[in-house]
Design a protein around this ligand. Sequence first.
Ligand code: NI
Ligand code: MN
Length: 229
Amino acid sequence: MKLTWLGHAAFHIELAGRNILIDPFWTGNPKFPQGYEEGLSRVDAIVVTHGHEDHLGDTARLATKYGATVIAQYEICMWVGGQGVERLQPMNTGGAILEGGVRYVMVPAFHSSAMIRDGTPVTMGDPAGFVLQADGRSLYHAGDTALFSDMALIQRLYRPQVGLIPIGDRFTMGPETAAIACNEYLELELIVPIHWGTFDLLTGDPEDFKARVTRGSVRILEPGETIEV
Ligand code: NI
Ligand code: MN
């Protein structure tokens, strides 16, 4: 599995011959590696954890451009469907699907999920995390979430070896709570801190997080950096 961090919670995952984007907040993301889209010729699937702009981002535009399938909460699928996206895999929390040889499991996240339209929140359903599984590999993208002890259940059921864990604080876990997630509830081999440093409001420090983690190895990525995991 190849994993490229595109800043914030955005990733390009290459798994089982599939090109998968997660939370493609590209336009307006100050950490997005400029030029990345020009080098990307194929996208098979786009996974969206929840309906906030910094996650839904460019989903509709990219799904249309690449003919990719959007995998997300039912409400998000209907939303992008209304913008012309044709390939949709609507899901809800606790469910799993098989798409192109990759298993996608929608798992809980403690957060919110709405778009603001004309000053009014429009619900995008419940927020989620995702587990992606193929070729004996299991990856957990926690989405935006607070710490919750049922992360132990996610570990027990889906055995993720790699975790993409938010640490920026204010809107998600900070370094201290994210370290508790890794040390007490998850059993990850490799942990990539996400949702930090994008904006001044996200004060969580990845080095602080790394220093607190005693179970699993923390890898702090640069935007645009690719690792084989
Ligand atoms: Ni959010
Ligand atoms: Mn967010």
